[in-house]
Design a protein around this ligand. Sequence first.
Ligand SMILES: [Zn+2]
Length: 279
Amino acid sequence: MQTGRTRRASRRLVAVALLLALLAGTACAPLTVPEEQALGNQFEQSMRGELAFVYDRTIVDYVRKMGAELVAAAGPQPFEYRFYVVVDDEINAFAGPAGHIYVHTATILKARNASELAGVMAHEVGHVAKRHIAANYNRSRNTQIGANLVTLAASILGGGMVGNAASLGTSLAAAGFLNSFGREAEHESDVFAVRAMARAGWSPDGLVSFFELLLHEQGGGGPSFLSSHPATQDRIAQTRAEIEKLDPSRSLRVNDGGKFEIIQRRIELVTGRHRLRRR
Ligand SMILES: [Zn+2]
């Protein structure tokens, strides 16, 4: 009979072997949905050790519900999306493989209404749904980051390196790499977001106004959301053009009856951080 410890250890060894085979054996083939799911689970585990999460039920439920509604409005999806709130003063949001989406508290605090947050989240969902993360992963296979992803996955499963400086740098670097998109991918995600928002009943103007807010913030070095999702004037114009294609008779909301503002206050309370000054 195996003890809990040896069972865990052998499960880990099997998982390491499977993952390494998965990562190495398909060097040229595109990342499949099951492969992305496996990678997503590893990614999520590594993030759990590195980021400070908000666990407050009310806050988490609000973000998850908003995310789930956007995903549902976008139609059938290959992944089960999961949304997390991360305590961080940088305006940012990013997607891991297979629909693990992380939203920084600064993004929620800085948004001027619920539709702006919905815009950011819909955009991130777009990167996953359009398989941009998978494409970046494939692009990474022949690079140092690709090798790091393999090491990262093995180290997480092996249980030895998690939490030390090496794995910290590695997985955050991997997150950054997986979230650096070209203009075409950004546009595709914006179009996806506009349509998903409208179907979910949100005004897609929220996406544009959040870009404008980011552009305004850019003066002081720029929030990190901009480095991975550059908000250019071109992009704003293209997004507006997409919004104009929507049925103008539909009434789309910007606010949700004060619920969003309650969440903002709750984040301030829970994290002990003051709301970033509005401009
Ligand atoms: Zn983006």
